[in-house]
Write a protein that binds this ligand. Structure first.
Ligand SMILES: Nc1ncnc2c1ncn2[C@@H]1O[C@H](COP(=O)(O)OP(=O)(O)OP(=O)(O)O)[C@@H](O)[C@H]1O
Ligand SMILES: [Mg+2]
Ligand SMILES: [Zn+2]
Length: 543
């Protein structure tokens, strides 16, 4: 038999099996037993607290063949069995996070007008409903306004604030709560006992605490603890596992960010993701640490028995107070946006890079918090503006461009591009600009800083490569002298500088940055901005 993860295996199938949430369960069971039905229900609450589970039980309660509409679906009739198995034709479950398109929504809702195939009600469970597009909401609203008798909506979301009021006002809303550590530990004990797995009570308390309110997370952690402990759940092993999973990883992450180490930050992010830690709670942990650092900076002394006291004290010296505020804000917004990101890791990494970009080494003398934007990836929307010139400005007129035996219009950079010279010849060609061209004699000039390209070794290579193009009698000389900035290399560095400038502009125009500047008195340090393509290395000193 294949191993089924505990969270799936232990998904409650009746209201009585739901842990906690008694306020919701009582209200729902009373309503069902007295047949006071609403046509749209909304379950809100953080991850893994029972929203989807409740929605499915409610679908059974509405459609059970044996017991009729009641708070006690039988679990044995066809409707109950099919709903549990996920193949009930009148239960349409959509994950709005992956079906945000208005067409799909409309198609789905079009089916609402048809009578149920085998059940009493057609039930639509729309999970992560806040992810629907505005159009999709509108299209849903029409059905919500005049729902057919045989249709029930059950919406679920972690983020009710993002639902339009028009939708909210048409739903009966139930707010699920994060579960207390005691309830979670109790449930874990119940599961382990039923599974016949040995455990030590303190281990359960640790797991319950680490799950921060999510029963699903607690069961996933329990899966790992069982694997880690070779089929037994011992306190010491769990402590070790959680240490390497949670707290410490997040501290190491913060360490990398404080150091301004972009590569290290990304590596830590991947490490956290690969340990299947919830990225949402990792951001939450980070926010919690930042909060404690901020308290320390405001003069609060960590308790003696606080195992993190030392590190908090240390960090509070290293990261400037204003930046701690900014990073805290980014952690919160990052959590909010996690569901919007292309994938969780992307959302997580972007939040971290954003933090990194606002967290250079502390600068004690600055009275105001200063925002340092220092990494390529973090700069939001720094794609170069379309109008950045891609070709160098016009050339100084060559003295006798048309006198050579071969066609050469004097556009040296264009020729360099066309000939695709490589190696030493290519380098010399790109750093040189045209001085003159007469009688098939090409004279190039390189600036003092690039004098190496005037050396014989380079000249010989370049000459050999150009001879093929210019034909017999071709002569080349390269001298060191004053230049006009018309070489390919010079144009390129100007382009980079331009990108840099528009990156700076984009940063300043970024609404998020503006909010920071406005709300937190942050300040953008232009020289710390790097354009997104990573070409910024040389650009900052050429601006
Ligand atoms: N209140 C609960 N009682 C018992 N088990 C629960 C409860 N909440 C969550 N679980 C466990 O966690 C698993 C996931 O729960 P569920 O899918 O209902 O969470 P959710 O609130 O919909 O989370 P998400 O926001 O991530 O979709 C369930 O299969 C079950 O094992
Ligand atoms: Mg769910
Ligand atoms: Zn039934």
């Amino acid at each position: 038999m294949t191993y089924q993860v505990l969270a799936r295996k232990w998904r409650p199938r009746i209201f009585e099996e739901i842990v906690g949430q008694s306020h919701v369960v009582t209200a729902l069971t009373n309503a069902l037993d007295s047949k006071r039905l609403h046509h749209a229900y909304l379950f809100t609450g953080t991850r893994g607290v029972g929203k989807t589970t409740l929605a499915r039980i409610l679908a059974k309660a509405l459609n059970c063949e044996t017991n009729g509409i009641s708070a006690h679906p039988c679990g044995k009739c066809r409707a109950c069995l099919d709903i549990d198995a996920g193949r009930f034709p009148d239960l349409l479950e959509v994950d709005a996070a992956t079906n945000t398109k208005v067409d799909e929504m409309r198609e789905l809702l079009d089916t609402a007008q048809y009578m149920p195939v085998s059940g009493r009600f057609k039930v639509y469970i729309i999970d992560e409903v806040h992810m629907l597009s505005r159009h999709a909401f509108n299209s849903m609203l029409k059905t919500l306004e005049e729902p057919p008798e045989h249709v029930k909506f059950i919406l679920a979301t972690t983020d009710p604030q993002r639902l339009p009021v028009t939708i909210l006002s048409r739903c009966l809303q139930f707010n699920l709560k994060p579960l207390t550590p005691a309830l979670i530990a109790g449930h874990l004990k119940h599961v382990l006992t039923a599974e016949g797995i040995a455990f030590e009570e303190p281990a359960l308390a640790q797991l319950a605490k680490a799950a921060s309110g999510s029963l699903r997370d607690s069961l996933s952690l329990l899966d790992q603890a069982i694997a880690h402990g070779g089929g037994k759940v011992a306190a010491a092993q769990v402590a070790e596992m959680l240490g390497s999973l949670g707290g410490d990883l997040v501290w190491q992450l913060l360490e990398r960010i404080a150091e301004g180490d972009g590569k290290g930050t990304i590596a830590e992010a991947e490490r956290i993701a690969s340990r299947s830690l919830s990225l949402d709670s990792a951001l939450g942990d980070l926010a919690a640490i930042l909060h404690r650092i901020a308290l320390a900076q405001a003069g609060a002394i960590p308790a003696d028995d606080d195992p993190d006291a030392q590190r908090i004290g240390d960090m509070s010296q290293r990261i400037d107070a204003g930046r701690v505020q900014v990073m805290y804000q980014i952690a919160l917004l990052g959590r909010r946006d996690l569901a919007l990101a292309p994938d969780e890791l992307a959302g997580f990494t972007m939040a971290l890079l954003r933090m990194l970009s606002f967290a250079g080494p502390a600068n004690q003398d600055r009275p105001r918090s200063e925002v340092k934007v220092a990494t390529p990836l973090a700069a939001p929307a720094v794609a170069p503006r379309a109008n950045a010139p891609s070709s160098p400005p016009s050339q100084p007129a060559p003295s006798a461009a048309s006198t050579g035996p071969v066609a050469f219009d004097g556009d040296w950079p264009a020729l360099v591009e066309r000939l695709r010279l490589t190696g030493m010849a290519g380098m010399a060609a790109r750093h040189a600009e045209l001085d003159s061209f007469q009688n098939n004699h090409l004279e190039l000039v390189v600036p003092e800083t690039d004098r190496v390209y005037a050396e014989k070794a380079y000249q010989d290579k370049l000459k050999a490569d150009l001879a093929a193009h210019f034909g017999p009698g071709f002569r080349l000389s390269v001298r060191v002298g004053a230049t006009a900035g018309a070489s390919v290399a010079a144009a390129k560095s100007r382009e980079t500088a331009l990108k840099q400038a528009s990156a700076a502009e984009a940063i300043e125009e970024d609404p998020f940055v503006r909010d920071l500047v406005r709300d937190l008195g942050a300040e953008v340090v232009p020289s710390s901005i790097r354009p997104a393509d990573g070409a910024g290395k040389q650009s900052s000193d050429k601006r």
